[in-house]
Each structure stands twice: as structure tokens, then as C-alpha cells.
Ligand binder design. Structure first.
Ligand code: ATP
Length: 455
């Protein structure tokens, strides 16, 4: 059995220390969440898995970490100032605001009134003042996507790392959107993280690369425990396409609240590099971009076959939200099981590389120094060999300890009991989260055995 509702997951996340409403002691800040001790680990593990597959496992992708504060010309020329908006409608009776495209009828979803204002466009970018002078022009945007920091660094990366087309630049980091109606827990929030790759290719090869990246991403989701059978591919219609996109394939997931976008894989053409380039007239761009008077660079590459005609590369962009990944991975892993003894348990069947705690070690009794000391020794030993958290439990109620660790997804629990200290060869009991099987092994074999169980 899986989750009954989104509310069940929200309360689980709070109780076990995954996600909290931000500033909850002051009544909360709408659309903003904080991650607790286990949430920060899961989030980090998701980002590490993405970075590993994008950067460490390949020769053709470099990483960057660009600033969140974004100069206004960047977002003017990228088209965000003019077009990064959603349609908004107000209810004249209860004064609540809604995204017009999310309304199911011409009635207010909150109070049922039919008096709604005309729909108007609302820009989603957040601004902040910069510098000591309070002046209308002294502001920067909080970036609405990580992508622009990649495009504006295109030439820097080209000059310093000398990659050859096709190549990519990857980035993970915060993005901010002043969503009209943040909702469904961490699904639609105002501050979130994105994992974005901009993959630069020769024009004409873009359709093939687009297909390649959709497949690549489906495989990645599968490796994180989100099978293809839970995902739906949706080709955006011309009406839905963002201003920069020639084609976008959305990867949708059956979230607890409904089927919605988990990741978008877009063909951004030469729109972005073209719009950040000066003197665009001689660039032979496929996309329509406005004259750029602010930029001092031409973001172009020289073909490798010594063809003198330089070109602006096309870009394929897989873009996934970390919070939506978190939600999908947790929803897939959350399992309720009836046990043979008539009891039941909740077990988070996370892939071991995503588990917030890899191993929990507990002494059978907390008031027996020999057991507690051996538990501490085992923890220290494992911390040397395992990457990720190894937790020392206080000891005492073993059944309760197993239940807690099943619920937070710890793949292996180790118990130190009297046999551990009495026999000539020190041995401990290992318990597997999914099968609940217990085996006794010598302490000396722990690092190899656990490494195998976690791989
Ligand atoms: P939506 O249609 O759901 O508003 P979008 O198409 O605007 O999303 P993109 O601009 O393609 O989203 O952003 C790429 C990814 O960033 C999305 O697939 C999603 O995972 C994540 N994302 C976008 N907006 C939010 C948000 N407000 N909260 C959490 N994640 C988001």
C-alpha cells in the first residue's frame, strides 16, 4: 500500500524532520519551506546523484555555480521581463487571486462568486535592492531559473575549459518565482532549487539530441526509484511553449495531488545565446531576438571542420526541480506493509544512495558500557569507510528502533548484543530494511558487507 493523500506525506515529513513550513513559529511564509535534519540529507543525495550522472560520469559536461542576484539586462534580453508571466484573475467578492489557467469554471474556487476581474498578466520575477542608494534603478532580480547564469558564462567556460561542441554546462541552485498561488506542499513554491543542464549542439542535430536527453532523463528517474510506469511524456502544444522554445517534452509524474510536471526537456534553439549577443544581424539566428545594445560579446563557436562560418549553437535543456524530485521520490518510496504477526509498518523503500541515514548502530542495552563502547567503535569504523551518515542510536527498545529506521528509510541496522562481546570473534546482527532478515557477521567483515548492501 502506498500513500493515501498528500496530507499524509506532509505530516510524515514534519514528524520525521524532512520538511517544515518556513517561519512556522510566526505563522509561516506562504510558498516557502525549510528542510530538516533528514530532508537536508535526502535533498543533498538527490542533487549528488544528478551531478554524478551529469558531470562525473561524462567527458562532455562541465559544472558552474552562478550568482542568484541577476543583473537586469540579462533578464531583459532573455525575454523574462516582458514574457515571464502567468495570467491572473481576482475574485471581486472574497478578494482572493488565482491563476486564470488553473480555474476550472468561471466561478471563484474559494467562495463560489461569479464576479471575477478580467484576466491580466502578472510577472513572476522577484526583485531586491542592491547598493546603498535607494533608487528605482538600483535593483537586481533573484534569478527565476538557473539557466541564464549558464548562458552568460558560455564564453567564459568556452575560453577557460575549451570544450568542443557538442558539450554541456550543468548547474544546481536556487531559483525564485513569485507564484500567484503556491500550493500542494513543496510542489509549487516561491523559492526552490533547479538542476539544469544546457547542452550546446550544432544546429540541425538538435532534434536528435532532444530525443537523446528525454531518454537519458527517463533512465535517471528510474535509477532514483521513479519507474517509467509512473511517468507520462507530454509534448507541449504551440500555445504552451515558452517564448524561447521550439519544442518541449514534459515529464509528468502522478504526484499525490495529481498528474503534473516533474521535469521539462526543452529545445531552446539559439534563442538565448543569440539574445545575449551583440550585433545580432550577422549571426543568422533561427529565433527572433531583439536588438541587443547592452551585451559586449558574441556567443558563437567555430566549426571543427575549419569551415570559416561561425555559428550560434542550439541548446537542449533538461530542467528538473529538486523539490518536485524530492516529492516524487518520497511518494514512490513510502510503503505501508502488513506483517506476518498481524502488525503493520511504514517503510521508506528509498534506493540506498538516497537514504538520509545509511546505517544505524544500536547497543541492545543503553546501561551496559561494554555494549555502548563497542557500538561507538563500530560507528567510528563505518564512518571511515561509508560515504553518508552513520547514526549511533541510544539503545534500549530494539523493536522501536527498527520501526523508526524503516520509516526513515535506513537500509541497514546493526545491533550489538551480549554475544557480540562474549564470543572470541566479535560479531554483530545486521538487519535488512526491506526483507527484515537478520544475519550475524564478524565485526571485521562489516565494511565490505555493508558496502555491498548499499551498492
Ligand atoms: P509549471 O508549469 O509547473 O509552473 P514550468 O513549466 O514553469 O512549471 P520550468 O520553467 O520548465 O517550469 O522549470 C523547470 C522545472 O523547475 C520544472 O519542471 C519544475 O520541476 C521546477 N519548478 C518550476 N517552478 C517551480 C515552482 N514554483 N516550485 C517548485 N518547482 C518548480
Amino acid at each position: 500500500m502506498s500513500l493515501d493523500s498528500l496530507e499524509e506525506l506532509v505530516s510524515f515529513c514534519k514528524r520525521r524532520g524532512f520538511v517544515y513550513q518556513s517561519a512556522s513559529i510566526y505563522g509561516g511564509l506562504q510558498g516557502v519551506y525549510d528542510f530538516g535534519p533528514l530532508g537536508v540529507e535526502l535533498k543533498k543525495n538527490i542533487k549528488d546523484a544528478w551531478w554524478k550522472s551529469m558531470v562525473y560520469m561524462r567527458d562532455d559536461i562541465e559544472g558552474v555555480d552562478a550568482a542568484l542576484l541577476t543583473q537586469k539586462h540579462v533578464l531583459k534580453n532573455s525575454g523574462h521581463e516582458d514574457t515571464f508571466s502567468d495570467p491572473m484573475t481576482d475574485c471581486k467578492v472574497c478578494k482572493k487571486r488565482f491563476r486564470t489557467d488553473h480555474l476550472e469554471s468561471d466561478k471563484c474556487p474559494s467562495c463560489g462568486a461569479t464576479e471575477l476581474t478580467e484576466s491580466r498578466e502578472f510577472n513572476l520575477m522577484l526583485k531586491t535592492n542592491v547598493g546603498p542608494v535607494v533608487d528605482e534603478d538600483a535593483f537586481a532580480y533573484l534569478r527565476p531559473e538557473t539557466a541564464q547564469g549558464i548562458f552568460t558564462n558560455f564564453k567564459n567556460v568556452l575560453d577557460s575549459a575549451s570544450p568542443k561542441i557538442p558539450f554541456g554546462i550543468a548547474q544546481i541552485g536556487k531559483a525564485f518565482r513569485n507564484e500567484i498561488t503556491p500550493k500542494n506542499f513543496i510542489f509549487r513554491v516561491r523559492e526552490f532549487e533547479q538542476m539544469e543542464l544546457e547542452f550546446f549542439v550544432e544546429p540541425g542535430t538538435d532534434d536528435t539530441w532532444h530525443e537523446y536527453w528525454v531518454e537519458n532523463r527517463l533512465k535517471w528517474w528510474e535509477d532514483q526509484g521513479v519507474p517509467r510506469s509512473s511517468l507520462v511524456l507530454e509534448h507541449q502544444t504551440a500555445d504552451d511553449l515558452a517564448h524561447y522554445s521550439k519544442a518541449t517534452v514534459d515529464i509528468l509524474y502522478h504526484f499525490p495531488h495529481g498528474l503534473e510536471e516533474l521535469e521539462g526537456v526543452a529545445n531552446r534553439t539559439d534563442y538565448d545565446l543569440g539574445s545575449h549577443s551583440k550585433e545580432q544581424q550577422d549571426l543568422h539566428l533561427s529565433a527572433t531576438v531583439k536588438t541587443n545594445e547592452e551585451s559586449c560579446a558574441k556567443l558563437i563557436v567555430q566549426p571543427q571542420n575549419n569551415d570559416p562560418k561561425k555559428y550560434v549553437p542550439f541548446v537542449i535543456e533538461p530542467s528538473a526541480g529538486v523539490e518536485r524530485a524530492f516529492l516524487a521520490i518520497l511518494s514512490e518510496a513510502y510503503t505501508k506493509e502488513n506483517l506476518a504477526d498481524g502488525k503493520s509498518r511504514v517503510v521508506l523503500k528509498l534506493k540506498p544512495h538516497l537514504a538520509p541515514i545509511k546505517v544505524a548502530v544500536t547497543p541492545l542495552a543503553k546501561n551496559k558500557p561494554e555494549l555502548v563502547n563497542l557500538a561507538k567503535e563500530v560507528v567510528q569504523k563505518l564512518r571511515q569507510s561509508i560515504s553518508g551518515r552513520v547514526a549511533l542510536e541510544a539503545g534500549g527498545n530494539i523493536g522501536k528502533m527498527y520501526r523508526k529506521n524503516d520509516e526513515i528509510g535506513t537500509p541497514v541496522c546493526i545491533t550489538i548484543d551480549f554475544e557480540s562481546i562474549e564470543s572470541d570473534v566479535q560479531t554483530v546482527t545486521l538487519r535488512d530494511r526491506d526483507t527484515m532478515e537478520q544475519t550475524r557477521i564478524p565485526v571485521s567483515e562489516l565494511p565490505q558487507t555493508i558496502a555491498k548492501m548499499l551498492s
